[in-house]
Write a protein that binds this ligand. Structure first.
Ligand SMILES: Cc1cc2nc3c(=O)[nH]c(=O)nc-3n(C[C@H](O)[C@H](O)[C@H](O)COP(=O)(O)OP(=O)(O)OC[C@H]3O[C@@H](n4cnc5c(N)ncnc54)[C@H](O)[C@@H]3O)c2cc1C
Length: 319
């Protein structure tokens, strides 16, 4: 059984719908079935919703754990995966997924892989592909122990289209977990517009913006294009952008259709986060900046001169 793990809610997120695509491909090649496992608030709603994606079987575990600790989620994912007889468990490679995946695999006696960007089946063996060395190379990996618990990078697969259908849902009692983790404070990140990892357009700024004001202009462009704002580590370190905007090896992995890199040099650690972008548009005053090596479109110019004109042009286009 190929199991897609999610957190509940009325809608399946884009990342979840991408997992549906992976699961369908695997199930087709392996002659297996797809099931959905929802653990979290509104788990049953999400489990029912999975039926609209052609998924016949689902398990819902209503978990309303105010502590925000990951341990109860892992324990209940393990419970659900066992119930479904999972041979593969797919999670989105987001903040929770990359923490929970390997621990879930250990709990189930399986094997773990984070950040898969492709998968194929050869002679009955499932071969996963993931970026290594900060995105400079791709590694093919075969996971030996079952279940394979795999987190999948957002944007690496097309999102499945919603159809019609009903899943048969088993509702299980949540297992209570006595966790050693105590959450002392929670701070909500700033979230306007689409999530960075799921945005079709990302407008990112770096140290070249010269100050926080530059990000206001980027936000204006992002809003016009229905996109999200990102930042380099340097811009975050300067305090011009919040940490949750950071894109790169130690930040978020993004995979938009268009990635604007404004005043960003293109260090390998930054590029590691944008290898899934379909097209990069670089705006940089230095013609030798490494970002131009990965750019589909490059503009050598001070961004202060280009951005207002670009914003006006987009406004005209949208009017
Ligand atoms: C372990 C490790 C992990 C890291 N993880 C990350 C990560 O996740 N994400 C990340 O981004 N970095 C990461 N870094 C840092 C990375 O190495 C770079 O230092 C960082 O990406 C540089 O950010 P930047 O391009 O904004 O700044 P800079 O390298 O200083 O580049 C600024 C650019 O702006 C251009 N510029 C200046 N003025 C203008 C102007 N007026 N108009 C247009 N262009 C202008 C310059 O020509 C230059 O190319 C990591 C580093 C390490 C060691």
């Amino acid at each position: 059984m190929i199991v897609i793990a999610g957190r509940g809610g009325q809608e399946l997120s884009r990342a979840q719908r991408e997992l549906v695509t992976v699961a369908r491909r695997l199930a087709g090649d392996l002659g297996s079935q797809v099931a959905y496992l929802a653990v979290g608030p509104e788990a049953e709603a999400a489990a029912r919703r999975a039926g609209a994606f052609g998924i016949g079987r689902a398990v819902a575990i209503e978990l309303n754990d105010a502590s925000g600790a990951v341990e109860p989620i892992i324990e209940n994912l393990a419970q659900g995966a066992r119930r479904l007889g999972a041979s593969v468990v797919l999670l989105a490679a987001d903040h929770l997924g990359v923490q929970a995946g390997p621990r879930l695999a250990a709990r189930l006696g399986g094997s773990a892989l984070n950040d898969a960007v492709d998968v194929r089946v050869e002679d009955g063996r499932v071969i996963w592909t993931r970026p290594v060395f900060g995105g400079k190379a791709l590694a093919d990996v075969v996971l030996r122990r079952s279940p394979a618990v795999v987190t999948v990078r957002s944007g690496a697969f097309e999102a499945a289209e919603e159809g019609a259908g009903e899943a048969a849902v088993d509702v299980l009692e949540a297992v209570a977990v006595d966790t050693a983790v105590r959450v002392v404070q929670r701070e909500e990140g700033r979230q306007e517009g689409p999530r960075l990892e799921e945005a079709r357009v990302v407008v990112s700024g770096g140290r070249g913006l010269g100050g926080p004001e530059g990000f206001q202009r980027l936000a204006e462009l992002a809003e016009l294009l229905g996109g999200a704002v990102g930042a380099s580590l340097a811009a975050v370190d300067e305090g011009w952008a919040p940490p949750e905007w950071q894109v790169g090896q130690t930040g978020k992995m993004v995979a938009p259709d268009v990635y604007f890199a404004v005043g960003i040099s293109g260090a390998s650690q930054h590029l590691a986060g944008i290898s899934g972008a379909k097209a990069v548009v670089a705006i940089n005053k230095n013609p030798d900046a490494p970002i131009f090596k990965v750019a589909r479109l490059g503009v050598v110019m001070e961004y202060e001169k280009l951005l207002p004109a670009l914003i006006e042009a987009v406004k005209r286009e949208l009017a």
